[in-house]
Structures are given as C-alpha cells and as structure tokens.
Design a protein around this ligand. Sequence first.
Ligand code: SF4
Length: 387
Amino acid sequence: MDQTERTTRKIRIGSLHIGGDSPIVVQSMCATRTLDIDATVAQTHQLAQAGAGVVRVALDSEKEVGALKEIRRQTEGITLSVDLQENYRIADKVAPYVDKIRYNPGHLHHIEKAKPIPQKVRWLAEIAREHDLAIRIGVNCGSVAPAFVEKYPGDQLAAIVESAVYHCDLMKEFGFERFVVSLKDSEPGKVIEVNRRFSRRCPDVPIHLGVTEAGLPPDGIIKTRVAFEKLLAQGIGDTIRVSLTLPNERKHEEVHVGRQIVDDVATGRFISVPEFDTGLNIISCPSCSRVENERFVELAQQVKQITTYAARYRITIAVMGCRVNGPGETDDADLGLWCGPTTVTLKKHERKIGNFKYDEVLSRLKLELDKLIAERGELPASAANQH
Ligand code: SF4
C-alpha cells in the first residue's frame, strides 16, 4: 500500500513542527499524579527518552499549577502539552509553563454555564497567542458536547465530526491557526471513519490520531494498529498517541509501539488482523493523574485473566481508572468497572450494580459475566461466524 501524501498545513509547537511534510510526531502522556513532582518529572524524561516528541500532563485545578511550574523547570527542552480536562479556566495559569494546551469541546459547558462557547474558545485562543502556544481541539466519543449530541440524535459519528468542525471554524474566525484536532473513540472502526470524514471536511487541519482506551497489550496494540495503519497510509494523521494500560515503569512502551507503527507504515509493512473485533472486547483507559488507587492497572490485567473463558462471546467490558470519567466512559459497555480510592464500582450498562472492595470485585464480575452469557443464550462469535 503506497502512503498518500498529507495535505495539512504545518504548525509549530514549541520548537517542533507538526503537519505538512514534517515527520509524524509520536506523543505520550504522564500517568503520574501531577502533584507528585518527582514522579512526573521522571516520567516526562522516560517518555521523551523513548522518543516522545510531545509529553502531556493533566491538570484539574489551580492547586496543581505550582507543581507544573517546577516540572517545567526540571524538564527544560522537552515539548510539554497540558490537558485542561474539565477546567478550561486554568488555561491562563498554566500557559507560561507549556508549549501547547488541549481542551475538550465536550467539557467547556461544565463551568460558567451562561457564557457562550465562542466566548470561551476566543479566550483560549487569546491565551495561546499571548503565550506562543499551540492548541489541540480534542474531541472524545465519551464526552461529546451535548449541543451536538442533541443536534445529531443517534448519529454519534456525525456529532463528533461536526463538533470538531465547529471548533475549527471558531479558531479560524478568531484568526488562530496553530491548532490540531483529534477525534478519538475506543473502537478502531469508528476512529477510522470519523478521521476520514473530518479530513475530507478540513483537509488542511493537522490531525492527532488516537484510539482511546485501547487497553492492555497486546490487544490494545492491535486495535491501535488497525486504525493507524489505515489512516496513516491514506495520508491522515500528523501526530499520534498510543493509549495503553501499562504500569508506570512501562509507560514508555506506548512510544515504542507508536514509532514502530509509523516506521512500518512508511516501509509498507502492514499486519493483517482479520478477526480482531470478534469476541470479548476489554477496553481500559491508559490511566492519568486522576487515578486514585495504583491497583487500577493490576485490576485491568486481572479482569483480562479471569475472563479468558468468555473469549468467544461478543461482550464488552470496560475498566476505567477514575471516578471522574469512569462513570460516563463505562455506560456503553456490557459490564463496566471504574476505580475509586478504596472501592471499585461495577455496572451493567448504565445501571450500577454496587461498590466492591478491590479484592472482592473480580468474583462479582465473573458472576455477572456468567449471568450475561446465560441471559443472552448467545453463540460464541466463532460459531456465529459460520452462519
Ligand atoms: S478514565 Fe480517568 S484515569 Fe483513565 S485516562 Fe480517563 S481521566 Fe485518566
């Protein structure tokens, strides 16, 4: 498969460029608590040494700005991005210490509800301009802006794409050009489709690719590859992030995987995964500074281990690391778990089953999985494929 040339414009982030004929930049994100300065500095260096062109840290509140300032001081020379998560109001406080800010259009309505969205975006663009920053408009399937969900009922992909296009139009209206867009989902097929649609609508806008909550290796790597190979080969994608559920000491593997995919596509080495999306699908988040119990990664690994007997059933289990995004991000799964400081909440679709201690939740999960299989009377995927 020949790689098609990219059509995006080149933008600057700190001292590096993304888009146009610039090399594809592999990014990653710290999973440490931002307030833990030593751990975050160490992980920033770990990711940069592995080849991450941009390292992202997440901040929720002004209380963390002092830590960010010190992290910046100790990571001089590394291109830093900050994830504003649900609090866009801290943009002006963090701006002096980073090269790029990421905001989620689906989270702008949470605060200052009466203020119109364009006014908030204009303010972010002004902050970025004043501090010489780039911006990522990061649209996520799990948190699409309500206005677009209402406007495109039952068509989540249209809601994602139109939300991104709307924010690009706002940036252009405000005369701000140094922005990239990401449109992420946990399903590779949706990632391929939304990015293709967006690229057709805005061929000049640089794209950051990601399969969110891809989960544990090797499945998470396969899901990511399936999406990235197709898109990169079509000239779609200027920067990538591989989101894997990994313990902190192995977090740099995300970067190695990303670089390998980029190299493989450039040299025409593609893997074929014909049946990757049949059977049991375990999605799990890559973790970030919001994780309150370090047992999260181990829990995700245990969920995978104890559910291998159900590998052939078309069931999705979601394991999320925090109580902020966990509740929403598990709604679409057949069974969902999200981690609090001392307990794990177990859900069946949107319904909460209960809160369980970390060492109790697995047996309850297995019980619910058995019930689900019995309720459905479902054929294993391999049998269903024969019909
Ligand atoms: S679900 Fe929570 S812990 Fe996991 S990546 Fe998202 S915000 Fe971070």
